[in-house]
Design a protein around this ligand. Sequence first.
Ligand code: SF4
Length: 296
Amino acid sequence: MRIGIINIEPKICNTAYMQLAGYHKRRGDTVEWWTPLTDRLFDRVYCSALFDFSDKSEVPKHAICGGTGFDVKSRLPVEIEYSSLDYSIYPNCMTTYLWFSRGCVRNCPWCVVPEKEGRIHPAVPRNLNPKGRYITVCDNNFFASHDWRKAITWLINCGQPVDFQGVDIRIITDEQCRALTKLRHYKRIKFAWDVPGDEEKILAGIDRLRRFVPLHKCMCYVLVGYNSTEEQDLHRIETLRGLGLDPFVMPFDKTELYQRTLARWVNHKAIFKKVKWSEYRKRVEEQETAGTGWVT
Ligand code: SF4
């Protein structure tokens, strides 16, 4: 069979496509990137999307569609889900995507993970990318899994630098902090302060982590626009800055001017270091009123 896969999110290496390619190639099928012009050449066409805002206008009606961008509950068929990943479809991909667990112990109302993956459960790490220079650990809540020690041993034995998608600083223990020091980190260690009311737990976790890892080697996501006020947002941001941590604002709704503006102020580090929030906000509001758009 000739299989076509539609690249509607070209900046992303989609692991579902790698699983599809791995599965079909083992069956003797060919797997190629689809275009509208080559559509009629394919026996089967797949489209996978991670985001609901991705442009799906060119996706033909006969394509088999899946992924969170289409339906948060969609699943790959079991035989494909457990297939090894074919990284060759993304020749520039330099990482290996691994999951040691799926799901999460929490149930944050803004997050798709509980609905998509359910309660936390172990996952078997798949094959390494032959061109991979580092490992992206995609677990939603790595240290909440009972098997985290096994996963750390696996990563140490693998020897490649590791990039965790996020650790839950609210539950981190001394033993887990120590485990982090045994790994080579590809990027900074990331965690999140999503809810203003979690301050005590977050600060206790940061205090624990800093005894093992210098805070300049960490960064903290700050969710804004979801049940938090501007004052609470600024308090979290400035508290993190005061601790020597790098905050990174995640707007809940990017269409909202305040959230977009705050994210740009914090995440554009040259602006964050030099310009006060009150000045930056005033400037953006003036530009918006004048209809000149953003000039930073
Ligand atoms: S802790 Fe993270 S992954 Fe888990 S439900 Fe909350 S936002 Fe989602």
